[in-house]
Every structure is written in structure tokens, then in C-alpha cells.
Design a binder for this molecule. Structure first.
Ligand code: TPP
Length: 305
């Protein structure tokens, strides 16, 4: 019994990692609150429960690497730039917005970071960028985040085919949260993600842990291999804590409970209460202050360059 509990205990993180995890968590909760009050337009997909994925990858990716994100991308952006003001301003359409307020939650472009709400669109683009990097900037890679449901898009297979054939420095990060909007993965996917990667001769690595230190240690040598032009699919078995976008959660109660049981936030609070509560209070207040400050800004203006 002790052994099992020890194994489930999350290892202690540095304050900077925990602060980033908490920043993403409270940013996402704040967005749902703002939507609930009618203060935001459009839609948004939060990464609640999945925050540890980009936080684990953060130090493994450098500024020369390209990151391609998807519709559930706030955590990806915050792990890359630690810029909650710019992201919230983008979502709220306020001055200081990363893309002048025309990209919103899903369509962000900044330096070597690009997100799209169109499922599967980014993988062929990332493969093309990986080809360019291989030729022009050896050692750099293209990292692309997709969900399990996105494996229903044919473009994924076209990209994997060429990534393998041309030995591209392409890192495909799959956040397998077991559901695509309202369709459970088990209802739409034959075989497995591992089997599909294997069909193209692409290495596959499964991550079931939510322990940031442990994940990093396991991924570090694999990411080095990608830099050496060996493409990789890393599949995180994860849980979507919130609804697909806003009020559209039709999962059965036991599925939601399973997500809650796996939530790193609750587990970390239990395992390291002093550090957790000190930083949780701090970051929660920070996010509140950011939201107040950004909401008071004038509307953003789009200026064509
Ligand atoms: C080409 C395309 N088809 C449909 C949609 C609508 N849509 C947005 S997210 C989503 C489900 C995505 O599921 P998954 O890839 O598993 O990611 P998750 O939402 O679970 O993170 C769908 C169908 C879309 N954005 N693009």
C-alpha cells in the first residue's frame, strides 16, 4: 500500500514550474468566469487538467524551435512566452493583444509560434517547416500539438509519411484526453495511435504520468533524437477537466470524476501543501489583477502592415 502511494506522489517542482502550472490553471478558470459573465466574444477551449503537458516540454524546446498549436492552445502559448497580458488582451480584443485582437483564442502568431483552430491543418505545415529547419538550421525542430480526435484527419498521415521518409525533425505531441468534443475516442478510432505511428516507421512514446520532472527526464533523450532528424510521436494520456469549449460538457458523471481524480492540481496540493498554497494564492491574485488591468484597456486596433 505504501509503495502504491509513494508511486502516486508527485515529485516536488521548482517554484517557477509550479507558478507556470498555476498561471495556466487560473488563466483558464478566469476565462470561463469571464465568458460566464458575457464579457468575452466567440468561443474558447481551455486546457484545464492538461496544463502539465506544455509545462513539461518547456525547457526541452528552445527559441529556435517552431511550435504549432491547436484550438486548445492557451497553455502552449503561456509555456512558450509567459505572456498572460498579451494573450488575454488578444482574447478580449484589447490594446496590447498579441495579434491585434483579430486572432482571438485560437489563431495566434508570434515569432516561431503559430496556432490554428482547424484540426489537422498544422501538421503538414509543421512538416514543411521541419524540412526547412533540417536544411537551414540543423538541430532545430518543429513541435506540433494535436488531440486524439485529430487523427481522423488525412493530413496527419500525409505529414507522418513524409516526416518518416525525409527524416524530418518533427515532434508530434498528442494530448489524448479520450474524447473529441462529444465523441469518445473508443467510438471513433480503430487500432491505436502507437500502431498508426508504427505504420509509418515513426517512433512512438507513451506518457501516462502527470509528474513534470518524471516526464521531462523521460523525454529529454527522445527530443535530442528528434533534433537529429528522427521524428517522434509522444502520446500523453491525459484528462480534459472542463467542457470541450464552454457549456458543452455531455460526458457521463463517472468520466468527469475520473478526470478530477487524475487532476495534478489536487494531487500536488495534497503532496506539497505549503509550497502549493503559498503560490496558489499568489498566482490567483496575479491573474485577477491581470484580468482587471486588461479589461480596463481600450479596444485593440488592427493595423495592416
Ligand atoms: C477540420 C475541423 N473539423 C472540425 C472542427 C471542430 N472541432 C474543433 S475541436 C474538435 C474536436 C477536437 O478533438 P481532439 O483533436 O481530440 O482535441 P481536444 O478538443 O480533445 O483537445 C472539433 C471536431 C475543426 N476545428 N476543424
Amino acid at each position: 500500500m505504501t509503495e502504491t502511494l509513494d508511486r502516486l506522489r508527485l515529485s516536488r517542482l521548482g517554484d517557477d514550474d509550479l507558478e507556470l502550472l498555476l498561471l495556466v490553471r487560473h488563466f483558464e478558470l478566469k476565462l470561463l468566469e469571464l465568458y460566464g459573465r458575457g464579457e468575452l466574444n466567440g468561443t474558447t477551449h481551455t486546457c484545464l487538467g492538461q496544463e502539465y503537458v506544455p509545462v513539461s516540454l518547456r525547457p526541452l524546446l528552445g527559441e529556435h524551435d517552431h511550435i504549432f498549436s491547436n484550438h486548445r492552445g492557451h497553455g502552449h502559448y503561456l509555456a512558450r512566452f509567459a505572456d498572460p497580458h498579451g494573450l488575454l488582451a488578444e482574447i478580449m480584443g484589447r490594446e496590447g493583444a498579441v495579434c491585434g485582437g483579430v486572432g482571438g483564442s485560437q489563431h495566434i502568431h508570434r515569432d516561431r509560434y503559430l496556432s490554428t483552430g482547424v484540426q489537422g491543418e498544422s501538421l503538414p505545415v509543421a512538416a514543411g517547416v521541419a524540412l526547412h529547419l533540417k536544411r537551414a538550421e540543423p538541430g532545430a525542430l518543429a513541435c506540433v500539438y494535436i488531440g486524439d480526435g485529430t487523427w481522423g484527419e488525412g493530413a496527419v498521415y500525409e505529414a507522418l509519411n513524409l516526416a518518416s521518409l525525409w527524416r524530418l525533425p518533427l515532434l508530434v505531441v498528442v494530448e489524448n484526453n479520450g474524447i473529441a468534443q462529444s465523441t469518445p475516442t473508443t467510438s471513433q478510432m480503430a487500432g491505436s495511435i502507437a500502431g498508426r505511428a508504427a505504420a509509418f516507421g515513426v517512433k512512438h512514446h507513451l506518457v501516462v504520468s502527470t509528474d513534470v520532472n518524471e516526464i521531462r527526464t523521460s523525454l529529454e533523450p527522445l527530443v535530442t533524437e528528434v533534433r537529429d532528424c528522427r521524428p517522434l510521436v509522444v502520446e500523453f494520456v491525459t484528462h480534459r477537466l472542463g467542457p470541450h469549449s464552454k457549456g458543452d460538457d455531455i460526458r457521463p458523471a463517472d468520466a468527469v470524476q475520473a478526470a478530477r481524480d487524475n487532476d495534478w492540481y489536487v494531487r500536488y496540493a495534497n503532496d506539497h501543501p505549503d509550497q502549493f498554497h503559498r503560490l496558489d494564492r499568489l498566482v490567483r491574485a496575479e491573474v485577477q489583477a491581470i484580468a482587471d488591468e486588461v479589461a480596463a484597456r481600450p479596444l485593440s486596433r488592427w493595423e495592416e502592415s
